[in-house]
Design a protein around this ligand. Sequence first.
Ligand code: 6GU
Length: 268
Amino acid sequence: MRIDVVTIFPEYLAALELSLIGKARQDGLLDVRVHDLREYTTDRHRTVDDTPYGGGAGMVMKPEPWALALQPLVAEPVAAGPTVRPTLVVPSPAGEVFTQAMAHEFASLGHLVFACGRYEGIDERAIEWAGEHFEVRPVSLGDYVLNGGEVAVLAMVEAVGRLIPGVVGNPESLVEESHADGLLEYPVFTKPSSWRGRDIPEVLLSGNHAKIAQFRRAEQFRRTAVRRPDLLASVDAAGLTATDRAALSEAGFDVVDGLLVRRDPAGS
Ligand code: 6GU
């Protein structure tokens, strides 16, 4: 997979040389290229921003450096076969929220380009222009504000990169992690079995794999109900076993007309 990142802070992306993603690059599984937006300015001061029309605080990124930086990434064919428009991910708190499903979608693409905005954002006309050449996707990490897209790109490239076959050594570790099945991961324990007066759940020492699986799934429901009850709305109640329902009931959720609903906390 080919990934291009355009930024005014290329050094921010140095972390992509480390760990799993760095190894994947060395192994030729990921081709990551970082481009300095300032290389595409034409004035002596290498200006990338200006004041906003209509007034207001902060600065806006000028459109022309973006067009000049992105143009060569369109023209470069990256894979054999039919021409597919590269996807241009624009990190922004005003974007669609990034999810594990989106990470899978991006991992299936041949070419991703990330446009890291800073300041108050990029002149909207540059985004419109990009739409003629790229599949444009404004994407947010969540409901909070970062100073620029670089940290968001680090997160997204890691989430996407680890889904590419061969990047994670044991693909089974992708199966049982948080969000793989729409639920949060169960708690994990390692040796010693007793530590500072705290014992691990006894069932994990039983060797009864069916019982362990049942226990872990109940823990997933319990955790999800407490920390992310919003996720339970997407769970298909038809696929729940009797033990699943019991675990959910204990966590305060019942199946009503095929939907998971929280029992009235006031008990009225
Ligand atoms: Cl993707 N970018 C910026 N600048 N801020 C954010 C974000 C992205 N996601 C949450 N806050």
